[in-house]
Design a binder for this molecule. Structure first.
Ligand code: MEV
Length: 387
């Protein structure tokens, strides 16, 4: 870095862009890419501090993912070459056998207020003050209550190790992520909670744990459809089931297995302007809910069919926040033709299972590298470095 960093937040966006070009030596392609970034600088500046423009990633489409009998065009934002190719392959293969079925629980999220030095008998105090606390919470939730969402319950949990009480406030956030709503609710309710339980607030914040929002997908495909050169269908199915079982018993393999599932889901979350970090944190926490980190999908062979299932917590929004602020995220939601966050979660979990099936189908058969050769060949021809 040649130029000392000025106080970036005091510069205009144009000045920050100039500072970047002065600070880093751009090659011709880098300079062209930066110059071509001319759109929406005001929006970038509104969205993040110290913005210098936009960082572009490839946007591609998984075509014809059949979920609950409906064929969807699924937009993904990803830098990884094989993700869309693998999901598209699985979409075609599973589509011939009826596609995937998926469900998603109602969009209930949790805000938490952690109080220190509370009076004894928190449960009894909740019984005594619960109705008035709930009324206050409903009042604060205003328009969310009117839209059919809103308060779903209050509960308390003592954390004796740290001498704190967790007050959990469950809220149906409808089709939004609800992060601001939950954080405001937790903060606004804090004085009433301090009065009801005694003590004082240490933290008031939403929980990104979406374990109340379980989404599930499944498919079944005749084993005969799985035959590959050198692998009869039944043998491919057996190897695939075994590959998934390995991820139940070896946490190191489970990490990669689940990473493959999230390849599709995180790329869909990015395309629709959702919070990928919240999503990943919740999913990986869920992957260890039995006490050991495990693969999230399971497979079996029954009656000549390979059956696959995937279950995980998903919190994805179709309105509000970046989903609404980013024009291409709005386009992504329109393309998906989903009308609710539950609908988007159903597509996401089905995509995750399709992605996982594609990975295991390749790994348990000829391996990944052969399928990657074509993609790599395109990169080599265009002079791109190989990943
Ligand atoms: C690569 O991004 C994902 C895989 O490694 C997933 C897996 O191993 O199951 C192919």
């Amino acid at each position: 870095m040649e130029t000392p960093s000025p106080a970036l937040r005091k510069l205009t966006l144009a000045q920050r862009r100039q500072w970047l070009t002065d600070s880093v030596s751009f090659d011709a392609q880098e300079a062209e890419s930066f110059r071509a970034d001319t759109w929406g600088h005001e929006l970038a500046d509104l969205l993040v501090e110290n913005s210098v423009g936009w960082f572009r990633l490839p946007l591609g489409i998984v075509s014809g993912l059949v979920v609950n009998g409906v064929s969807h065009e699924v937009p993904l934002v990803t830098e990884e070459p094989s993700v869309i190719a693998a999901a598209s392959y699985a979409a075609r293969l599973l589509g011939k056998a009826g596609g995937l079925q998926a469900t998603a629980a109602p969009p209930v999220m949790r805000a938490q207020v952690f109080l220190e030095g509370t009076a004894p008998g928190a449960e009894a105090r909740l019984l005594e003050h619960g109705a008035s606390l709930e009324a206050k919470a409903r009042d604060l939730l205003g328009s969310m209550e009117r839209r059919g969402g809103g308060l779903r319950g209050l509960s308390v949990k003592l954390l004796p190790e740290v001498g704190c009480l967790a007050v959990n406030i469950d809220v149906d956030v409808r089709d939004a992520l609800g992060a601001n709503l939950l954080n405001s609710l937790a903060e606004s309710l804090t004085p009433a909670l301090e009065t009801a339980f005694g003590g004082h607030k240490i933290l008031a914040i939403l929980s990104n744990d979406a374990s109340e929002r379980i989404a599930s997908a499944r498919f079944q495909v005749p084993v005969g459809n799985l035959a590959k050169p050198g692998f009869p269908g039944l043998e491919m199915a057996r190897r695939l089931v075994l590959a998934a079982e390995i991820a139940q018993h070896d946490p190191q393999r489970a990490v990669t297995h689940n990473k493959g599932i999230m390849n599709g889901i995180a790329a869909l979350a990015l395309a629709t302007g959702n919070d990928t970090r919240a999503l990943e944190a919740s999913v990986h926490s869920w992957a260890s809910h039995t006490g050991t980190y495990r693969g999230l999908s399971t497979y079996c062979v029954e009656d000549g069919l390979l059956r696959g299932t995937l279950t995980l917590p998903l919190a994805l929004a179709t309105v509000g926040g970046s989903t609404q602020a980013l024009p291409l995220a709005r386009v992504a939601v329109k393309l998906l033709e989903v009308t609710s966050s539950q609908g988007l979660c159903e597509i996401a979990v089905a995509l995750g299972l399709a992605q996982n099936f594609a990975a295991l189908f390749a790994l348990a058969g000829e391996g990944l590298q052969r399928g990657h050769m074509a993609l790599h060949a395109r990169r080599v021809v265009s002079g791109l470095p190989l990943g």
